[in-house]
Design a protein around this ligand. Structure first.
Ligand code: ADE
Ligand code: ZN
Length: 329
């Protein structure tokens, strides 16, 4: 059974993390920028643990230097996503990598990404929304700059604010000011929590930042009260199983808690995080879940509907996505 043509919704995708290695290598060559240590012998990204992953990720980003680079990147990523059957995608966009958090520079980068999104929608029908993201290990001051960029450009395209990066540095509460700014501007909120940290990080994310979605959140499984709370409040987890297995959060697919979380009534959604880094695609994720847990098209359609209902988009867009997810008779 192939899920290639099944219409899909993806809520957790880092734009730079979705850059194919060939794209980054090509830009590096064009600009004469050394990318020593970034690639392995097979041409993939080289890392052995999460710390190295973040270092290599940031090194790869050094070749992304202009709005035009981000226009090309956005177009390449959306072509890739559309080929996976994705009809609606949300990408994490980091002002830190788009002009270093400067608002005027960010506006130029954003305009280029929106141009690419519009072109991709005309070409394949895929719809993209942007979630401006701060990076936890860059600290709260840089996060405020990212939040300012988010607030000043909130609208039809920028619909959310979130945080990625190293969850073991600082506390969620250190970023409350930025999340409050974003909330007041009407942006929907998500943060990475419970990927490396335990269930306490997820509680902190909910209590201190007021998020309605959690990036990963998989360690919630260790706290039955939290699982119950997530299910009761309808807080959505952006689960990325292949990322978790590739980075060693779980040793294998069988050990991954996604099935248990879903069975407990938690709003589970499926995404790829940084697919080329983890040698995955959204279809590969579905295939592995089908092999491991016996999941079928009906379950995947339910998960995609959950994702559509949790999407940071306007009501008209949500209705359109939900229509696209209806099985064709
Ligand atoms: N940035 C890109 N991928 C990430 C991940 N899996 N966790 C935290 N920050 C990230
Ligand atoms: Zn992520």
């Amino acid at each position: 059974m192939s899920f290639q043509t099944l219409p899909k919704v993806e809520l957790h995708l880092h734009l730079e993390g979705a850059a194919p290695p060939s794209f980054i290598r090509g830009l590096g060559q064009e600009k004469g920028i050394s990318l020593d240590g970034v690639f392995d012998d097979q041409g993939g990204y080289r890392f052995e643990n999460f710390g190295q992953f973040l270092t290599v990720y940031e090194a790869a980003c050094t070749v992304l230097q202009s709005p035009e680079d981000f226009r090309r990147l956005t177009l390449a990523v959306l072509e890739q996503s559309a080929a996976q059957g994705v009809v609606y995608s949300e990408a994490f966009l980091s002002p830190d990598f788009c002009g270093g958090g400067d608002l005027e520079a960010w506006k130029d980068y954003l305009a280029a990404m929106v141009e690419a999104a519009n072109q991709a929608e005309r070409d394949s029908g895929i719809v993209l929304k942007g979630v401006v993201t701060c990076i936890r290990h860059f600290g709260p001051e840089k996060a405020k700059k990212a939040a300012t960029c988010a607030v000043e450009t909130a609208g039809d395209f920028i619909t959310g604010f979130g945080m990625g990066g190293d969850e073991m540095q600082g506390r969620q509460a250190d970023f409350a000011y930025s999340f409050d700014m974003a909330r007041e501007a009407g942006l929907a909120l998500t943060t990475h929590a419970g990927e490396w940290g335990g269930a306490a990080e997820v509680w902190d994310a909910i209590r201190d930042l007021g998020v309605v979605r959690v990036g990963h959140g998989v360690h919630a499984i260790n706290d039955p009260k939290l699982v119950e709370y997530l299910a009761e409040k309808g807080i959505t987890l952006e689960v990325c199983p292949g990322s978790n297995v590739a980075l060693g959060v779980y040793p294998d697919w069988q050990s991954h808690p996604v099935k248990k979380l879903r069975a407990a009534g938690v709003n589970v959604t499926l995404s790829t995080d940084d697919p080329p880094f983890f040698h995955t695609t959204l279809n590969r994720e579905y295939d592995r879940l089908a092999d491991t847990f016996g999941w079928d098209e009906e379950i995947f359609t339910q998960l995609n509907k959950t994702a559509a209902n949790a999407a940071f988009c306007d009501a008209a867009t949500r209705t359109k996505i939900l229509e696209k997810l209806e099985p064709k008779t």
